[in-house]
Design a protein around this ligand. Sequence first.
Ligand SMILES: Nc1nc2c(c(=O)[nH]1)N[C@H]1C(S)=C(S)[C@@H](COP(=O)(O)O)O[C@H]1N2
Ligand SMILES: [Mo]
Length: 437
Amino acid sequence: MGDRRFGKGSPFSLPDSATGRGPAFTGRLPSAPGFWRSPVRGVRFTAVLGLILLAGLTLLFVTGLLSYAAYNPDLAPVNDKTPGKGLLGFYLFAWPTGPHWLYRLTQGLHVTVGIALVPVLLAKLWSVIPKLFVLPPVRSAGHALERVSLLLLVGGALFEFITGLLNIQLEYVFPGSFYPLHFYGAWVFFAAFLAHTGLKLPRAVRVLRGGRLEGSAPGEADELAAPDPALPTISRRGALAMTGGGSLLLLITSAGRSFDGPLRQVALLTPHGAAEPGPGPNGFQINKTAAAVGVTAADAGRDWRLTVSGPAGKIRLSREQLLAMDQHSAALPIACVEGWATSDQWWRGVRLRDLAALAGYPDRPPGVLVESVQRSGAFRKAALRDNQVRDPRALLALQVNGENLSLDHGYPARIIVPAAPGVLNTKWVTRLTFEAL
Ligand SMILES: Nc1nc2c(c(=O)[nH]1)N[C@H]1C(S)=C(S)[C@@H](COP(=O)(O)O)O[C@H]1N2
Ligand SMILES: [Mo]
């Protein structure tokens, strides 16, 4: 931020002899107090950014925990991407089926706010960077403890942002291991964040109550202000506006991923150059195409059958037989953990609870294990809870928006469940096993 523009040798800087400060003060090493000269730094600037992060990162943590709960990980091992969670799963609950846009909202917020907070996080780290180089590195046991907690705080924040951003941009970068990394990282980060908040919040509030953003009140200790500031090139207000502008730009270019139509066109930061869905009733975002997971037209051809099992035995149904059952419609979105979602699509097919009745559960159906014709891959199986099976909008969909499903959207049949993450909406379904899970 131009803090060295008026550095040593510029016509604006005073010689060391004139300031009466020795070489240790104006040194060229970042550990010298005079090295950091931006007049923007100061406790007030840091306090504003800190309070924004307090709200924003808390939202990210809560929506992140909700996303884990939404997978129903304690229902069946196939749903659990973090099986070693132990006590950290204490808060899990049965994910509801309404409102039908629930996961679209929580995960859209998680990813969109996460992206938009990047400039704020960077500005906050920039504002306190001189402290990283303070000498001696450790003054006392208490100071050592504080520095370790800061390492977890800053390291944790960077780790969470980097893993999150990589996952939404390049979905295959963490084969199977993104979930545990991001999950445990979140707990480590948030523990350090709570400790940091407890230590710093009272001061931040006091400092901001104290009035003006610019300058520093006479007599007030401001350990973040440059002792030897360069001439300002931007005010603190200007630097905050610039940070906010960056956030706004990111917000505009990423929020569109939660919508269809023209808004998606503005979502320049839209995830992974996924297959273009094309026009028509099936023209909405595709996560993985049939080709990408090795599902062929033959797998979904005339020999395809659905096997429904339960106390009534094993029933095999062709697509024609499914179409001959009662057909129901539901307007539901696909909402992916990567933060993109479609608007509501009109799905049509057989209610899961009607299939449960066929399998021998005429009333109060249990959960169901859903399996795809897909031979390998993390998402070929998923378990649904009883509340999901019972919801009248939960379908084994055969059609979407008035047309047969396309192969890429799961032809001959796919699951669609209200409020659930996309990952539970299994495509190319071939087996439904109703059982108390
Ligand atoms: N068999 C199978 N079903 C699947 C997947 C998959 O990889 N294989 N991906 C899931 C994920 S992660 C999402 S977000 C949705 C996306 O559905 P769409 O491609 O029709 O938009 O499908 C789900 N169903
Ligand atoms: Mo997904």
